[in-house]
Structure formats: structure tokens, C-alpha cells
Ligand binder design. Sequence first.
Ligand code: MN
Length: 472
Amino acid sequence: MVQILHLGDCHFDDAYYLNRPERKRLLDECREEALRAAVETAVDRQVDLFVWAGDLLDGERRISLKTRSMLEQALSDLEGAKVEMAWMTGNHDPKSYLEAQSLDQLLEAHGVHLFDGKVREVMLKARNGMPYKLVGSGHEERGLVENRVRTYPVKADGVLTIGLLHGSVQGSALTGGGAGKGEDAELPPGLEPGDLYFPCTKADLTRLGYDLICLGHVHVPYKIEMSGAAAFYAGSLTGLSHKEAGVHGAWLHTLGYGAVKSRFLELSTLEWKTVQIAVTPELSLTQFVELVQTKTETQIANPGLTPYLERFDNGSLVRSRSGADELSISNQRSRLMLRLSISGVNDTILTAIRHDPETLRDRIGNAVNAAEVEIRSDMVPERVLELQRTGDTFAAHLNTCLEDPEFMANLWAAYAQRALTFEAERPGLEDDNGFRTGLSDEDSEAQLLKEALHDLWPRWMQPSRRMGGDQA
Ligand SMILES: [Mn+2]
């Protein structure tokens, strides 16, 4: 039996929320905590192999001192507990990135088996003496788009074989309730055609005949449904943004002859939630906060991505935080990152959002016990709505009136009356030199018509006449 802890896509030092230091701190804290929990689990359970499935670092910037020392600690803890380590480079932390920061030396110093280029094989022995083989490769530079899985050797001998790669398995879309709306059925969840690094197909993986394939790159943890091989995406260690709701953590695989048992360890305490609220004008601020509370709690009872993991019946999912017996997650304070999308009409709430968003965020945060509340508003001021409504009514009435012979006759009479008055007053529009000033003929016609309508409209708009008037 070989026990493997498999995690990936931590993206340490990513730039998300860099402009909001308090959020950034929370995200970093949760991620570090999840990594510590993964390492502690591996040490406590005396696993044989720890797989770092790529994109551990974000690559956009230099690795921070903090991340470097955290990584050093993790590597030395694992090394000290005699846990073998395999590290594959990803598209965000390719070989060139590691080398530029001497991280390759750090990994080698701790005895990590590094897969950072063309395919290579490593023979290892589990604690109980069982031999097993690793076959893997990694990204040398950013933007590896060749199907390198075709160069992986097919399992030939009887040795347990584990494949490692950081890439896109096409045709591995989640089925059933899993796949996101509008997502390409052929693409893994969350990936766009531009993210298809290290592409391969399910058939490529099946052909290898390996006992287990540990994957990185896709940020949703799941098992690829296919015959033969068991292939798993680790997902991101903690959700990196609102796009990554649902459970996050690492896989614990137990590999024996003829069977793989996999169990997902929910290591991340961070919860990303997006709640949509449509408000009505009558809603008070207190009622609004209550509504947010109800909606948020309903969603927590039914987190979006969990069904993906329920589909495994061979490995029980650690779902309840309180029941996370093996995990040493010390800090239990709220890690809810709530994004509130508000639409509708309500000037009280709109004013609160515009003039005192901090207080509103605090109030909601306290009500739903969220660490962070982000408010996105798509609200329309009541005034604008009223203008739209009366504008529409006016246009509708005018249309009806213009088709009414009686109205047109009256309009003509009012216009003629105005025109006569205008003619009588006209000499006054000439200046001292006899030049006419003021309105041009065209302007004056329009002006006269406007005034005629102005005279006529109040009389015509009596309730009895409105919109035909005779309809019951
Ligand atoms: Mn990646």
C-alpha cells in the first residue's frame, strides 16, 4: 500500500486583492494554514509520498520571503518525517521561474523529485517495502502547449505506477449538475481555450494504464470519470476568488494492487459566496439585512460545488468542519468572503451604499458572520425610475392624442391663435437697424407649436379624456 497526499495550485504570492491589504492578509493566512494542515496530515499519517502538483507559486512576481520560509519549513518537516516528495512545475511556476530564484536548489536540497522538463521516471519504495514508480514531466517555460502525455511510457511491468502532470485533460468536463452553464463540454471546469497548457485527452491517459494519475492546473477538485485509470485534479488549495467557491483542500490517495481509495480532505477554511439580492422600494434597511442573512444561510446549506465530490462512493468526503477529526485547523473564526450583488430600487439602501459603505458592510458582516463583505450594486435610483415611468406615459398619451381628430383640431386652433398673437407682436423683434432678431422662422414655428401643446395639454389630459376616456 502506498499513501499519497496530493495538492496543487496554491498560487502563493498571487496578486488578487493586493489593493485591499486586509483581505489579502486573510487569503494568505488561510492558504498558509491549509498548507500547514496538509503537511501535518502527511506527517501524522506517515504518508509515503507528498505530491506538489504545480502552480504552487504564482510566477507573476518574485517569491516573497514569507512564502520562501513557509515552503522551507514544509519541505524540512516532510523530509524529517521521511515523506518522499514529487514536485512538478506548472505554467505559473515553470523551471525558468524556479531557477531564476534558486528555488530548484532549495527543492533539491530537501531531496524533492523534481519534474520540470521532459518525461522522467523515478523508482521509489513505500514504508512497507512496496516498490512504486513515478512518471512525470513539467513546464520548462510558460506556455507549454504540446501534448507531452504521448511521450509518457505505457505501464509495462507489474510495478504500481503514478503519473504526474500539470495540464488540461480535454473531454474531462464535469457532467450532471457539475458543469457550469455555457462552459465548453470538452473543457475542464473553469478553463478557457487560452488556458489549455499541456493538453491531452482522456484516451491518452487511459492508454498509459497507470494505477493513479495526479493532476494539477484545474482549480476545482474532482475525479475524472473514465474507464481504467484513476485521475484526479487536486484543485486550488484554497479558493482564490469568488469564481472558486465550494470545497478546497487535498486528496489522500491509498494505492494498493487493483484499487485506489481516495478521500478528499477539506483543508481550506475559506468560503467564497456570491449572493444576489433584488430589493424593492419598501424594504427598510433592517429588513434588507435580514434578507441578506436568510439568503446567505440558504446558500451555505447548499454550497455550489460540493455535488462534484459527492459522486465518489469509494472515498468519503470530509464535509463537516467540526467533524474534521484528522485535521489540525486551529483557527475557527469566520472565513466567509461574501459578495453581495444588489439589484432593484430602494433609495435608502442606495444612499447607504454610496455614502457610508463601511457601516453597511460592517452591519451585514456582523449579521451573517462574514470576514469580508463586498457590495456590488446594480441599483436604480427611484427618481430615475419615476422619470422613465412618466416619460413613457407621456409618450403613450401623446401618440394616442395625435391620432385623435378632435385633439388635432384643437391643436390646430391653439396653434393658429398663437400664430396670430405672434404676428401682432412681431415688430418688437426688430433691432434699431431694422434687422430682425430673436427666433428664425423655423424656430418660431416650433416654438409656437410647443406653446400650443402647452396650452392644450392640461385640458386634454383631464381624467375623462385620458387614453380615449370612454374605456371602462
Ligand atoms: Mn496552472
